[in-house]
Design a protein around this ligand. Structure first.
Ligand code: GAL
Length: 439
C-alpha cells in the first residue's frame, strides 16, 4: 500500500494504515459451532473433539460449518508467571495449540473467546492491558477467530476505543483472524464498528433465548441495522441454539430441553440466512437427545446458499401487516413488525430471497407481489419461485403469488428471473432496490 501512495503522501498512507482494519479477508458470514449453549462453563477438550467429529460425520463440515468456537472458560483463572494467557490445565490438558492442530488437520478452524475487561464474564483472565500479547499468543497457537466480550471492563472504558485495540493487535499478527465483537449491541455498534470496519461481526443484542418469540425479538433488533452490514462485516444476532439441553447448571437459559418446534426452527434458520448472520450452531451433537430433524433444516443447501451469497448484503423486513408496515418502497429502512411479514434480500444475478413469515397463532395467507427490475430481467419474462424448504420450483409467475403459512413458520423462497439461455452471467452490485413486495 505504501508503494501505491506515491508523492501524494506517506502521511495519508500512514493515517490509512493506522485507522483501517484488515481483519479476516473472508467476505461471507462464518459458519460453525459454538460451545456456549452446549457446555457453558463446563467446556473441555474431549467435548470439543467429539462435537467436531460429529459435525464431520453429519456432513456439516462439507456444507461449510468449519469454525469451532470455544467460548468462555477455556482459560485458567490466572495468567502464567510470564503474563501469558494459558489454557485451563484440567479441562484442556493438551493446550490450545494442540487443539488447533487437531482441528486444522481435519479441516476445521479454531475460535477462542476473550474479554476486553480484566476478567471474562465467568471470571477467567481477561485481555485488558494484554491485547498485543494475547493476540500474538492466539496467532502463535493457530487461532482463526476471536470472540471478544465486554464483561468486567475498567471504569471509563469506551468500546469505540477499546475494541480497535484488540482489532489492531490481531491485524498486527498477520494471521487471518475473524474478529467477533460481543458487546451485546450496547452503544449501537453497527453505527461505529460498521463504518470504521472495526470488526468482522458485532453482536447486536443480549444473549438469545431459543424460545418463541424471544429469538424473533432478537431478529427484530438485528434487522434494525441491516443497512450497516456489508461483505466481511456483519450484524451478529447470536448463535443458532437449537434443540439443546444446557449443561448443569444453566447459565443464561432454562434447561427446558428442545424449546422450538420444527416450524419455529426453520423460521429461526431462515431469518439468520436472509439476514446474513453468522451460522454458528450451538447444538449438542454428542447427546442422543437432539432432534434429528434439526439436521434437515441446517443442512439445506439452498438456504445456506442464500446466507453465503457473494453479494453478502443483509436482507430485511420489506412489508408487514403491522401499523405502518404497508410500505412498498424497497429502499424503506425500517418497516415495523407485524403478525404477517415479508422479508427480502438481494442475491447475485438479480435473484431475490424472500421469507414469508407468520408470527401469529393461526394459519395465514401471505401475498407477495414483486418486480425484479433491471436489464437482466425484462418485464415480460416470468419469474421462477423456488421453495427452499421443499426444494422444488414453487411456480413461475409474472408478478404475484400467494402462500399459506403455518403459525410460527417462515417460508424461504428464491425468486429468479427465468433466464434466457443466451443471457450472460451478471455480476450483481445493486443494493436491494430491485424487488418490492406488498400485500
Ligand atoms: C456473554 C456472551 C455469551 C457468552 C458468555 C460467556 O457475555 O454474550 O455469548 O459468550 O458471555 O461467559
Amino acid at each position: 500500500m505504501t508503494e501505491r501512495c506515491g508523492a501524494l503522501g506517506v502521511l495519508l498512507c500512514l493515517i490509512l494504515l493506522s485507522s483501517s482494519q484488515a481483519l479476516s479477508k473472508r467476505r461471507t458470514p462464518i459458519m460453525g459451532w459454538s460451545s456456549w449453549s452446549v457446555y457453558s462453563c463446563n467446556v473441555h477438550e474431549d467435548g470439543i473433539k467429539v462435537q467436531a467429529q460429529a459435525l464431520s460425520d453429519l456432513g456439516l463440515w462439507d456444507l461449510g460449518y468449519t469454525y469451532i468456537d470455544v467460548d468462555d472458560c477455556w482459560m485458567a483463572f490466572n495468567r502464567s508467571a510470564e503474563g501469558l494467557q494459558q489454557a485451563n490445565a484440567s479441562t484442556f490438558p493438551s493446550g490450545m495449540a494442540a487443539l488447533a492442530e487437531w482441528l486444522h488437520a481435519r479441516g476445521f478452524k479454531l475460535g477462542l473467546y476473550s474479554d476486553a475487561g480484566t476478567t471474562t464474564c465467568q471470571n477467567r483472565a481477561g485481555s485488558y492491558g494484554y491485547e498485543a500479547v494475547d493476540a500474538a499468543t492466539y496467532a502463535s497457537w493457530g487461532v482463526d477467530l476471536l470472540k471478544y466480550d465486554t464483561c468486567n471492563t475498567v471504569p471509563g472504558w469506551d468500546p469505540e476505543e477499546g475494541y480497535p485495540i484488540m482489532g489492531k493487535a490481531l491485524n498486527n499478527t498477520g494471521r487471518d483472524i475473524w474478529y467477533m465483537m460481543c458487546n451485546w449491541g450496547q452503544g449501537d455498534p453497527a453505527t461505529w464498528a460498521g463504518p470504521r470496519a472495526l470488526a468482522n461481526s458485532w453482536r447486536t443484542t443480549n444473549d438469545l433465548m431459543p424460545l418463541f418469540p424471544q429469538f424473533y425479538e432478537v431478529a427484530d433488533a438485528n434487522e434494525r441495522w441491516w443497512e450497516y452490514a456489508r461483505p466481511g462485516q456483519f450484524n451478529d444476532p447470536d448463535t443458532l441454539a437449537m434443540g439443546y439441553l444446557f449443561a448443569d447448571p444453566p447459565v443464561t437459559a432454562p434447561a427446558t430441553g428442545n424449546t422450538l418446534s420444527y416450524a419455529e426452527t426453520r423460521l429461526y434458520f431462515g431469518l439468520w440466512c436472509i439476514m446474513k448472520s453468522n451460522l454458528i450452531l450451538s447444538v449438542d451433537f454428542a447427546s442422543s437427545e437432539w432432534p434429528r430433524w434439526i439436521l434437515d433444516i441446517v443442512s439445506n443447501r439452498h438456504a445456506i446458499a442464500i446466507n453465503q451469497d457473494a453479494l453478502a448484503l443483509q436482507g430485511h423486513r420489506l412489508w408487514s401487516d403491522g401499523e405502518g408496515g404497508n410500505n412498498t418502497d424497497p429502499r424503506a429502512v425500517h418497516v415495523p413488525a407485524g403478525l404477517r411479514e415479508v422479508w427480502s434480500g438481494p442475491l447475485v444475478d438479480g435473484d431475490v430471497a424472500l421469507l414469508l413469515v407468520n408470527r401469529g397463532e393461526s394459519i395465514a395467507t401471505i401475498n407477495a407481489t414483486f418486480t425484479l427490475h433491471g436489464p437482466h430481467c425484462p418485464k415480460d419474462v416470468n419469474v421462477s419461485v423456488y421453495d427452499v424448504w421443499g426444494q422444488r420450483v414453487f411456480g413461475e409467475c409474472a408478478s404475484h403469488f400467494a402462500m399459506r403459512v403455518a403459525p410460527h413458520d417462515g417460508i424461504l423462497l428464491r425468486c429468479s428471473c427465468a433466464r434466457p439461455a443466451t443471457r450472460p452471467a451478471r455480476k450483481g452490485k445493486d443494493r436491494g432496490d430491485h424487488a418490492f413486495v406488498t400485500q
